[in-house]
Design a protein around this ligand. Structure first.
Ligand SMILES: [Zn+2]
Ligand SMILES: [Zn+2]
Length: 435
């Protein structure tokens, strides 16, 4: 009766992952694990420690720390009210949470600068496009507590070293200065008057944000806006003496690291807290959306979220963008570790023995696998070959009587019959020698 009712019921539409998100399947993990390990190794060499913060924060952290006028805060955040009536937001970027943790844990009393790195999922309601997702991962670093331009150069140097370490070679560093409060304000006024004079030649969006955030017009992709912006006044020509000196020193220390760069006066960032150094690495093979990682200095952020005045500099680099650029460049395949042995048994008592041997091997640190699908001997041997194992450990009924097993060396197509314990020892030794 139950079956009949089920058959007559409505067909259930299968659930799929939310638009703009994706699953990371087991076969996709080895490359990510490899990337994370390479990144951790580079960050350690530069003295950065790993930081983790909650996936969600109070909304006001981002409205203050990222800026009310930015696209992120205006259109892209996943904001919800929790059951206690507080407004919470899924983390859209890494700098504000890192700065929040710095203030909350009184890190300004530690030896400065405090240098951290992260590997975090970020959430932004964006139009899905190649390599951009509503939940995506970012690798990033933040260094807080120093005004030194040499730190800017180191922070850029870390990202350059990471790309080199993983073989992402065809990247170009674009580099600019956003000035400071003193020199940016007169510049912004000047830019606003320029845009007002050209408003007839600008797109709706550029006209809309002209008052709130005129710098954003440099980001506009509309061809006629780009043409207008070509003749716009340049921030580089308005830098105060300190900012000009800072910019010069960063460049000098990029050269000392052998990091090549292109000065790009159009490179400005939407976040209100950015000051002075701003940069972006672009990957040639990512097409129009070529940015693979970028960041800059944010000397006004910590104060903006209620902390003591603290300078900072950092970057974020999208993991999906890195992998896309790597894989388009023909990255070597990273595979998961094959088992050392595959256990083969057919009859019920042989299967029990094999199960016990698998347990013993795993307890001794050996990677092994075995059959759960009641396959035939032939079927299991096929699985053993497919798994990439070095050995098939065969528990036959005849061997079982004698307390023995057959150990087949799969690569060499030879086998021997020996006591189960001796076979286990051989496999353990092999596993230890592969390291
Ligand atoms: Zn300045
Ligand atoms: Zn425009």
């Amino acid at each position: 009766m139950g079956d009949a009712r089920r058959a007559a019921g409505p067909r259930i539409e299968p659930v799929v992952a939310p638009k703009g998100t994706y699953d990371i399947l087991p076969e996709d993990q080895p490359q990510r694990t490899w990337l994370l390990e390479r990144a951790a190794s580079v960050f350690a060499r530069y003295g950065y420690g790993r930081l983790d913060t909650p996936l969600f924060e109070e909304t006001r952290l981002f409205s203050r720390g990222v800026g009310e006028s930015t696209d992120i805060v205006r259109k892209e955040m996943y904001t919800f009210e929790d059951n206690g009536g507080r407004s919470m937001t899924l983390r859209p970027e890494g700098t504000a949470p890192a700065a929040r943790a710095f203030v909350e844990h009184g890190m300004h009393t530690r030896p400065l600068p405090v240098k951290v790195w992260y590997y975090w999922p970020m959430f932004r309601y964006e139009a899905p496009q190649s390599g951009r997702y509503r939940q995506h991962f970012q690798l990033g670093v933040e260094a807080l507590g120093s005004h030194s331009p040499v730190l800017d150069a180191e922070v850029i140097g870390v990202l350059h070293a990471l790309y080199k370490e993983i073989g992402l070679m065809r990247v170009e560093l674009r580099f600019n200065s956003m000035g400071c409060r003193a020199c940016r304000r007169p510049y912004t006024d000047r830019l606003r008057s320029f845009l007002q004079a050209h408003q007839g030649d600008l797109c709706d969006e550029c006209r809309e944000r002209m008052d709130l955030n005129p710098l954003r017009s440099f980001d506009c992709k509309v061809p006629y806006c780009r043409e207008v912006m070509d003749s716009a006044p340049r921030l580089a020509d308005f830098l105060c003496e300190e900012c000009a000196e800072h910019h010069h020193t960063v460049k000098r220390h990029l050269e000392l690291q052998g990091v090549e760069f292109v000065e790009d006066h159009r490179l400005v960032r939407g976040m209100d807290y950015y000051t002075r150094t701003t940069f972006e690495f672009q990957a040639a093979n990512l097409g129009a959306q070529s940015g693979v990682g970028g960041g800059g200095r944010y000397d006004n952020l910590v104060e903006a979220i209620g902390g003591p005045p603290t300078p900072g500099v950092g970057w974020g680099s999208g993991v999906e963008r890195i992998l896309l650029a790597l894989n388009r460049g023909g990255a070597p395949e990273v595979r998961s570790r094959a088992p050392a042995a595959y256990l083969v048994a057919v009859s019920a008592p042989a299967r029990e023995t094999a199960f016990g041997l698998a347990h013993d091997l795993r307890a001794r640190g050996v990677t092994v696998d075995l059959d759960f699908m009641m396959r035939s001997m032939k079927g299991q041997m096929k699985q053993a070959g497919r798994s990439g194992a070095a050995f098939a450990l065969i528990v036959g009924d005849e061997e079982l009587q004698a307390g023995q097993v057959t150990l087949r060396y799969l690569a060499e197509a030879r086998e021997e019959r020996l006591a189960a314990e001796a076979a286990v020892n051989t496999i353990v030794q092999w596993e230890e020698s592969r390291g």
